[in-house]
Design a protein around this ligand. Structure first.
Ligand code: C5P
Length: 405
């Protein structure tokens, strides 16, 4: 899979730089070509001569070298490759990348890059755990940079913990995956999203209501994953027992009518995911006073609630670019979900079998993803993993649209 691929390898100043020499050999063994850039500190750990000898090409080090810039400018370096691999990536280089700094050749090429980037960090455990590095890694991941490692173990500094650069074989595998799915890890920065989650509560009187067992967990996980990818996300949530995630804009609602109004207020958005278990019916006439037990048991007349998903998906002016619905079914899951996809006018449907009731409130889910004409059966996964995969697909979808534009 690496045959003919052009890897731009950036070697920063960490002790793991010695492994990068082997990395060059292994990439080339698999048919890839490697062009390397060393940071100033990187060149203290391995020599440009050794790197050039293994890559069979000059190793680049200087931004302001007249010779280099005229022969091979930083823009060309960033263009003439299929992927950029940073190994080892130091805390310093990650900080520069996260901040968008460009004060040497490596950071300038990274800032100018329009290719997928894979980063293999290698550093002391405390540097890796430092709040600043945590922030930088999170920011870079949201920007679409992919990470491999670091691993736990003995560190060159004598301490033990997470910080060892991933093994060469693991970096090669990750680079292969990156090249096979270049839009994976794509950012959703600049996109807006709304997610509905949890049940709705339809009052009978001031103290009683009709509702369902939805915990909101799946929707929460989706909102978190969208926000982590950089989408500006609004979570519209009904009353649940599970605390909604912190740090995400949240609108709390009670009834289906409230939820519809909150969704409409959040428009326009690029992405809308409707994972709420909206009550299909509400009590036709809400009693202002508590129903009394004297006399016959009351009969509750129900009327249909608005279908939030269908209302928003079918709106000619404000329809989000991508509308994703959920379908909780008991039996004939795919057929029913496909019917729902058409009927409600959504683009994708996540369908799950809720026979037995283990999904509501549980942490795991087995779903089918119906995207347009295609149907995929996903294995049983945690709700977090379902969310991660779904958001990966959403990000790839938008990255693909961008490429087509
Ligand atoms: O028809 P059903 O309730 O199975 O449809 C499920 C999908 O429709 C979910 O995405 C759910 O959030 C959405 N829905 C809605 N408003 C309703 C009923 C369902 O948005 N009133």
């Amino acid at each position: 899979m690496l045959e003919g691929k052009r890897i731009l390898l950036i070697i920063a100043g960490g002790i793991a730089a010695y492994k990068s020499l082997d990395l060059i050999r292994r990439f080339r063994e698999r048919g890839a070509s490697v062009r390397a850039i060393l940071t100033k500190a990187g060149a203290e750990f391995v020599t440009p001569l050794a790197v050039a000898a293994l890559a069979s090409e000059k190793a680049y080090t200087e931004l302001f070298s007249l010779l280099d810039e005229s022969a091979m400018g930083h823009i060309r370096l960033s263009r003439e490759c299929d992927a950029i691999v940073v190994a080892p990536a130091t805390a310093d280089l990650l900080a520069k990348m996260a901040a968008g700094l460009a004060d040497d050749l490596a950071s300038t090429v990274l800032l100018a890059a329009n290719k997928p980037i894979l980063v293999a960090p290698g550093m002391n455990v405390e540097m890796w755990n430092n709040a600043a590095t945590r922030r930088n890694v999170e920011r870079l991941a949201a920007d679409g940079v992919r990470f491999i490692g670091p691993a736990a173990g003995d560190l060159a500094c004598g301490e033990v913990g997470i910080g060892r650069m991933a093994e060469v074989a693991a970096i090669i595998d990750a680079a292969q995956t990156l090249l096979a799915t270049p839009t994976a890890g794509a950012s959703l920065k600049g996109r807006t999203a709304l997610v509905t989650a949890g049940p709705t509560r339809e009052p009978i009187d001031p103290v009683r209501y009709v509702s369902n067992y939805s915990s909101g967990k799946q929707g929460f996980a989706i909102a978190v994953a969208l926000a982590a990818r950089g989408a500006e996300t609004t979570l519209i949530v009904g009353p649940t027992d599970v605390a909604p995630p912190a740090g995400i804009r949240r609108v709390e609602v009670e009834t289906a009518a409230d939820m519809l109004a909150a969704c409409q207020a959040a428009l326009p958005v690029d992405i809308a995911v409707f994972s709420a278990a909206v009550a299909d019916w509400r009590v036709a006439r809400r009693n202002e006073l508590k129903l009394k037990k004297d006399g016959d048991a009351p009969t509750l007349a129900l009327i249909e609630n608005p279908d939030i998903l269908a209302t928003i998906a079918k709106h000619p002016q404000t329809r989000p670019t991508l509308v994703v619905g959920f379908a909780a079914e008991t039996g004939h899951v795919v057929a029913r979900a496909r019917d729902k996809l058409t009927r409600k006018g959504c683009d994708w449907i996540v369908a799950n079998d809720v026979t037995g009731g283990a999904v509501f409130g549980g942490d795991r889910n087995r779903v089918h993803l119906l995207a347009g004409e295609t149907t995929e059966a996903w294995p049983e996964l945690s709700k977090d993993e379902v969310a991660a995969r779904l958001v990966e697909r959403i990000a790839s979808h938008f990255a693909g649209r961008l490429a087509a534009e």
